[in-house]
Every structure is written in C-alpha cells, then in structure tokens.
Write a protein that binds this ligand. Structure first.
Ligand SMILES: [Mn+2]
Length: 236
C-alpha cells in the first residue's frame, strides 16, 4: 500500500492542483487528506477536487471550527458550504490507520491522535512527544497542523512525521509541501506559480488573505520562526 499525505491545504486550490499532478506521477494507492482543507479561500472547491480523485479525509481543528463557526472568518467559510459537503465533513474521522509497505502500522491524524490542536514540533522535547503519542499503537504517526515538515523518532515513541502544508507552508520557501509514503517517508515540495495563485486566492475575498497567504506562499516565514512560535504555544 502506497500513500500520498496531503495536509493543511487551507483552500489553496492552485497549490493542490500542482501537488495532485505530482501525486499522479507517484502512482499511489490512496491519498490521505490530513485536515484543515476547509479554512481558506477555495475550500469547497478543494474538497470537490479531492473527492473527485477518491481521497480519504481526516478532520482537523479548522473543520471543527467551520462547522460551528465562532469567528468572522469561520462564518465566511461556513457560509460557502453546501449541505452535502457539510454532512460529509461532519462524518470525517479524526484518525485513519493503514498498514503501509516498508513502514508498518501508520496512524494519520491532524495534530496528535488525541487532540486536533495538540502541538508537537521538530524541537519539542522527547518527553513531550512521548506524552503526545502515549498509548498510540503504531510504528509511524503522520501529523500536520504546524505547517512545517519534520521526521523524528524519540526513544520510546513511534516515528513522528509532519507531512507539511500543501496550501499554507511555513518553510521559508515557496511550493506545495506534502509527504509520499512509499517504502519510506519522502518529504516532497511541488513548485507552482505563486504570483498567479495569490491573485486567484485574493479574488475570493477570504478575509485574512493578506495577513496569511502572501508571506507564507512567497516563503517569507521560515520553518525556524514558525517552529519557535508553535513551541511558545505548546501546552498553553
Ligand atoms: Mn492548518
């Protein structure tokens, strides 16, 4: 079994289209979408595109927020959902387990298996990773949420892989970031036309577009800066 892990798409349809072309060439058996598709500019379109290729979806904190909106941006996203998509999203699971070639038992989750907002980064202490993954029966856990790729195996814990973010990466470089799980874990970056994507994303009127997308898509937020920010939030 060969899987592509596409996480944190955040309604960035141009990035998703580019990543899917790369995924197509990789000849996988399944696409796992790791949550946070729905909060962003083209969220309904991204869900439709991923359904068309038969993807398996997980629910992230953004899906939870959009289904029960409390902020103006959540309400903007929620208002664009049709009833069919809303019902589908409500049924997405928090975790998916698969047996993968070369990797063994793999659990996919949005942030941690027990918390869709749990924060674990590449510099979190081993003890924090062990605590976050306590009781998880897997060889590998694939997560997202912090939008920075990493791959680490703390003693006494499963291997923990962050797939990175397709649509809103904090990597200090442009591109759609994702993970290919074929025999091992391969972090991938698919280049696309960022200027054109930004124009299309802005035209949707997504309220926090200017605060989030230009900086992330042009690679102005480095992985170290983002990781330090998330570490400061860890356990808060
Ligand atoms: Mn996210």
């Amino acid at each position: 079994m060969r899987v592509a892990a596409l996480y944190d798409v955040h309604g960035n349809l141009p990035a998703l289209e580019a990543a899917l072309e790369d995924v197509d060439r990789a000849d996988v058996d399944e696409i796992v979408v790791g949550g946070d598709v729905l909060w962003g500019p083209f969220q309904v379109e991204c869900v439709a595109r991923l359904r068309a290729v038969g993807a398996t979806f997980l629910r992230g904190n953004c899906e939870r927020n959009v289904l029960r909106p409390e902020s103006d941006t959540d309400r903007w996203c929620s208002a664009r959902l049709d009833d069919e998509t809303r019902a589908l999203v409500a049924g997405w699971p928090l975790t998916v387990a698969r047996e993968l070639d070369g990797l063994g038992a793999v659990v996919f989750c949005h942030a941690t298996p027990s918390d869709d907002e749990g924060i674990v980064t590449r510099v979190s202490p081993d003890e924090a990773v062990r605590a976050a993954l306590a009781g998880v029966d897997a060889d590998v856990v694939v997560c997202g949420h912090t939008h920075v790729q990493f791959d680490r195996t703390p003693p006494g814990a499963p291997r923990l892989v962050n797939a990175g973010s397709v649509g809103l990466p904090y990597e200090g470089r442009p591109g759609a970031h994702w993970a290919l799980l074929v025999d091992d874990v391969e972090h991938r970056r698919t280049a696309y036309d960022v200027d054109r994507a930004l124009a299309e994303l802005e035209a949707t009127g997504f309220p926090p577009f200017a605060d989030l997308f230009p900086g992330a898509l042009r690679g102005r937020t480095t992985a170290d800066e983002a990781t330090a920010h998330f570490e400061s939030q860890r356990g808060a």
